[in-house]
Design a protein around this ligand. Structure first.
Ligand SMILES: [Zn+2]
Length: 473
């Protein structure tokens, strides 16, 4: 049975849906003012893996991921670009979809935008004022009154005195712990009319309002990056409980941060790599593989070797899968040894590193069976592909993947030249010209090509990233 670590209780718990067989999940999405960076990819890939696995478990999943299309950063960037916020955000939403689609991240069932939900946000704020959980500040902004929420900080486990201490920090300009629900717009800024004046919603209120309007009072899972636990998610809980007495989501899932130069990858600290930049250099599946290589709750460090190592690992899986037939009518069962092992790892809070190790066990077995031309080869190959597919991997034709990464990652590559050299080497071997054959092999090794001679006399090649390593014959 699937167990998930719940941030709310700090325990792994059995997943028990509110309605049998169905899961309602809301994940806080992207603020669309620029291209997404690799940290975004990590967060949304974590949830993509979770969604895929929930599907695999047979749940009917209703997955909602919002889009923040109005906020201070968006207004600033649109102003710098001399364009409207709408034009900027529409463009960035398209770019986000391009990047996420490339990484094989499934689209959510619904992607609500804040600017399409201003009415329900205003209604929500109105209710909070009526119930005396919100007030109008001297500058006209509507603020949430934190002290009116008894269990404030229930998710982060911060107590109000702690927060008071934090707010004494002179670097924090606003010493108040209350947060803005409706912000009065300055001249020239986009605005919507409200009972409290022309303005725009604060960040936290959008998720509570959209969540409530889409799902009503019940939600199975609420998720986001771990940097959202406080204050964003604590504030969401405060708003929803105070306005609608809405019980907290049953399970809160938070993904760990991606670290670059030992710090969280983020736009605001100018410490990031865009997905687009990385996609220019690496196959998207390699990026996907890397981003799932750590447990989703742990931090993941990015360095210069990360993607090369991921590519080498993924290549090993594809090499095992090459020359096997997986699309025949092979019957697999959840009782099968490798399948039940893989499922037990994923059932343990979506443990992808452990699930990866099962995939490598299968690949190892498969290589062995291939050499022996064993009758179980197709079944084990099908098992490898099936399990990897459940987490969005090994979806390409092995032959194409292996050739593609070779060509994509070395512009000097001349496909025809490689094939020509391999043919010359084959001829040399057939004519017992072993010295010539070895010379050609060495030349190919220097070019970064690894050769595999099969028992049937044919030769396959793949790109070898560590081109200085001489392979044993
Ligand atoms: Zn949110």
């Amino acid at each position: 049975m699937l167990k998930i670590f719940n941030t709310l209780t700090r325990k792994k718990e059995k997943l028990i849906p509110l309605v049998n067989g169905k899961i309602k999940i809301y994940v806080c999405g992207v603020t669309v003012y620029d291209l997404c960076h690799l940290g975004h990819a990590r967060t949304f890939l974590a949830f993509d893996t979770i969604i895929r696995y929930l599907h695999h478990c047979g749940y009917q999943v209703n997955y909602v991921r919002n889009i923040t299309d109005i906020d201070d950063k968006i207004i600033k960037r649109a102003h710098e670009n001399n364009e409207t916020t709408k034009k900027l955000t529409n463009r960035m939403i398209k770019e986000m979809h391009l990047d996420f689609d490339a990484l094989n991240i499934l689209r959510p069932n619904y992607e609500p935008k804040v600017t399409d939900h201003i009415d329900i946000i205003i209604k929500f704020i109105h209710l909070l004022i009526q119930k005396k959980h919100a007030y109008i500040a001297p500058n006209g902004d509507v603020m949430f009154s934190v002290k009116t929420m008894r269990n404030y900080g229930i998710l982060s486990k911060k107590k109000i005195p702690d927060i008071h201490n934090v707010s004494k920090n002179p670097n924090i300009k606003n010493p108040s712990i209350d947060f803005v629900l409706w912000k009065i717009s300055k001249p020239g800024e986009p605005y919507w009319l409200s009972p409290w004046g022309a303005g725009r919603p604060g960040w936290h209120i959008e998720c509570s309002a959209m969540n409530h309007s889409i799902f009503g009072n019940q939600l199975d899972i609420h998720g986001g990056g771990s940097d959202l636990i406080f204050p964003h998610h604590d504030n969401e809980i405060a708003q929803s409980v105070c306005a609608y007495n809405m019980p907290c989501a049953k399970v809160w899932i938070h993904s760990g941060m991606l670290l670059l130069n030992h710090e969280k990858m983020s736009k605001s600290s100018n410490n990031f790599l865009t997905i687009r930049d990385i996609l220019r250099r690496y196959d998207p599946e390699t990026i996907r593989y890397f981003l799932m290589s750590a447990h989703y709750r742990n931090q993941l460090k990015y360095n210069d070797n990360s993607l090369n190592n991921a590519r080498a690992s993924l290549k090993r899986l594809y090499i095992a899968l090459r020359d096997t037939k997986t699309n025949t009518e092979i019957k697999l069962s959840s009782e099968d040894y490798f399948i039940s092992k893989f499922i037990s790892k994923m059932n343990d809070d979506f443990n992808t590193p452990e699930a990866y190790s099962v995939l490598f066990d299968i690949a190892h077995k498969l290589n062995d069976l291939k050499i022996k031309r064993h009758s179980l080869t197709p079944k084990i190959a099908a098992t490898l592909k099936y399990l990897a597919n459940t987490i969005g991997l090994l979806y390409q034709n092995p032959e194409i993947f292996l050739k593609k990464i070779a060509l994509k990652n070395n512009k000097k590559f001349n496909f025809k030249k490689i094939e020509r050299l391999i043919k010359r080497r084959e001829d040399a071997r057939n004519n017992n010209q072993w010295e010539l054959s070895d010379r050609i092999r060495n030349k190919l090794t220097i070019m970064g090509i690894t050769l595999e001679d099969s028992s049937t006399g044919t030769t396959r090649w793949h790109f070898n990233n560590t081109i200085h390593v001489t392979k044993n014959n």
